[in-house]
Design a protein around this ligand. Structure first.
Ligand SMILES: *[C@@H]1O[C@H](CO)[C@@H](O)[C@H](O)[C@H]1NC(C)=O
Ligand SMILES: *[C@@H]1O[C@H](CO)[C@@H](O)[C@H](O)[C@H]1NC(C)=O
Length: 351
């Protein structure tokens, strides 16, 4: 009896460990098609993937060779064969980074006409480093799943941040409420924008907790019964003007929602400061910047909270290079950022 419990405990521990631990491989495993096939099977075992096909093996093989080539280069970041390693880049983007920010921005009006950076424009001195996680203003990393709701995750993390800063209480808030109810311009799993999401929260009596309006990963009918007793309110929102300096000033004061172009090696990112290739015009993904810092070698970076679970990247985060010559920033991160505004005296709504 006791032995059985022990075995079951050890087994479940093993399962948890094998899921959380990242997948390692040796150069030798890339030598031939046979060894690559064995690597593919080992990867399938690690990630509990049933499906096994020549097509998927071909994709995996390309990704495995690419991860190995990239990691051999002396770059400040590493890639890995994570659970996305059986997807092509376009499959990955259309499943997990599909907020179509550029598309919705175009529907909303030409960029540049509706931007200002007045709230933090006057900020004079900036701390050398900022990490809102250390100030209890960032909730644990969430998982959007195969739904183009990154815009909602990006927006909610920023609202969680300013709410924690203003009230001293870190609450986990609802993406699903935005996916279901914020439908004037935004479009559930088909994508959306963060700034209209903030506007929606301001105009519709606040944002519910995740507990009362939990995430289901698909668009359902908006359900007012799930709004619960406590809603987090906002005073308004502001779009940043696209300058890195404005973004820096804003992040020094609260977590900020930004769109980005996730083309490139984003999906297979493991750790370090991402300085790699990615586009900067097709803003399809959305994230939340929760701080900034630089490495001992002087590579400056943003601390980016993602919504692909905590087994992706650095426990769900990415360090993204900043301070590059291109004004749009690495992966276009400077181009479309928005701030939820909440004054020190704005109470939340209790029902
Ligand atoms: C790809 O891998 C994931 C697990 O990471 C699995 O759920 C999915 O079924 C796989 N897809 C294909 C087409 O093999
Ligand atoms: C620009 O700033 C003004 C005043 O600070 C504010 O009322 C307005 O809503 C802002 N516009 C946008 C589009 O954010």
């Amino acid at each position: 009896m006791e032995i059985n419990t022990f075995i079951i405990r050890s087994l479940s521990l093993l399962l948890i460990l094998s899921f959380v631990e990242s997948f390692h491989f040796h150069e030798k495993e890339l030598e031939s098609d046979e060894s690559l096939l064995r690597l593919y099977d080992r990867w399938r075992g690690h990630h509990q993937v049933q499906e096994r096909s020549t097509e998927r093996f071909n994709v995996f093989k390309t990704n495995a060779l690419h991860v190995h080539q990239t990691n051999k280069l002396n770059r400040p970041y590493k890639l890995e064969l994570n659970r996305f390693a059986n997807l092509t880049s376009s499959e990955f983007l259309s499943t997990y980074a599909n907020s179509k920010i550029s598309h919705y921005q175009a529907l909303q009006g030409p960029p540049g006409c509706n931007k200002n950076s007045s709230t933090y424009g006057g900020v004079k001195s900036l701390p050398i480093r900022v990490d809102w996680r250390k100030k209890n203003a960032v909730t644990s990393v969430k998982t959007q799943g195969p739904c183009g709701s990154c815009w909602a995750f990006s927006a909610v993390a920023a609202v969680e941040g300013i709410n924690a800063i203003r009230t001293g209480k870190l609450l986990t808030l609802s993406e699903q409420q935005l996916v279901d109810c914020d439908t004037a311009l935004n479009n559930g799993c088909e994508g959306g924008l963060m700034e209209p999401a903030f506007k929606f929260i301001k105009e519709h009596g606040g944002l519910a907790s995740d507990e009362s309006y939990p995430y289901v990963g698909k668009r359902e009918v908006c359900c007012a019964k799930k709004f619960g007793k406590h809603s987090v309110t906002l005073d308004g929102q502001e779009n940043l003007d696209g300058k890195e300096e404005s973004l820096l000033k804003a992040v020094a004061n609260q977590p900020i929602s930004c769109a980005m172009d996730a083309n490139g090696d984003f999906g297979l990112y493991k750790s370090g400061v991402y300085t790699g290739q990615c586009g900067h015009t097709n803003l399809g993904h959305a994230v939340t910047i929760v701080g900034y810092d630089e490495t001992p070698e002087g590579v400056k970076y943003w601390i980016v909270k993602n919504s692909w679970g905590d087994t992706w990247g650095e426990k769900g985060y990415m360090l993204l290079e900043r301070g590059i010559p291109e004004p749009e920033g690495r992966c276009g991160i400077n181009r479309n950022c928005a701030i939820p505004l909440k004054g020190p005296n704005t109470p939340n709504k209790e029902l």
